[in-house]
Write a protein that binds this ligand. Structure first.
Ligand SMILES: [Ca+2]
Length: 174
């Protein structure tokens, strides 16, 4: 016998399948959009996971390097690093230049408050790769080692130490 509750179940099942179908169409549309949309980095920049990076060989202090990246491109900052893969990518980018540099500046510092690390692009502090015994109190700007202890981070004198650096910005959508 066809009861009220059966009728309710039937209506609900139809409604639910419609919602599912709608969601399927939306997901499909987003995928199509992603396929048609191209993400690019400007000439001279190397793409990594929705970001574009560039190794700058000029040796300047950490604050100057951050300003350099900000003025180089809209949305530019010193590079932030959020995973081992990300760290390896930055290291390879510098090593590829077969440069003589021992270290490069990255975009992290605790120069506002000792021990309270931040990235200059405002992204979350969710990964770190310190060399044993680092970071130290009294040194506030961070580098990645390139030759010896390659890939590990250490903190340096923000004003007096001079290193080349990695700039980063977001990909452009076209
Ligand atoms: Ca420190």
């Amino acid at each position: 016998m066809f009861s009220i509750s059966n009728a309710f179940s039937l209506v609900w099942a139809l409604l639910f399948s419609d919602i599912q179908a709608q969601r399927h169409i939306e997901v499909h549309t987003i995928r199509l959009y992603q396929d048609q949309c191209t993400m690019t980095c400007r000439s001279g920049w190397i793409g990594y996971n929705f970001t574009c990076m560039q190794f700058i060989t000029e040796e300047i202090n950490w604050s100057e390097a951050e300003v350099y990246c900000e003025s180089l491109v809209h949305g530019g900052h010193l590079a932030s690093i959020h995973s081992k893969e990300n760290n390896d990518f930055v290291l390879r980018l510098v090593q590829k230049e077969s440069s003589p540099y021992q270290k490069v500046w990255i975009g992290s510092s605790d120069n506002h408050q000792d021990g309270n690390m931040f990235w200059t692009d405002g992204s979350r502090w969710d990964y770190q790769n310190w060399l044993a015994g680092k970071p130290l109190a009294g040194l506030y700007c961070n580098t990645m080692a390139v030759i010896q202890d390659s890939g590990f981070w250490s903190d340096e004198d923000c004003n007096n130490a001079r290193y080349p650096f990695i700039c980063m910005t977001h990909v452009e959508y076209g």
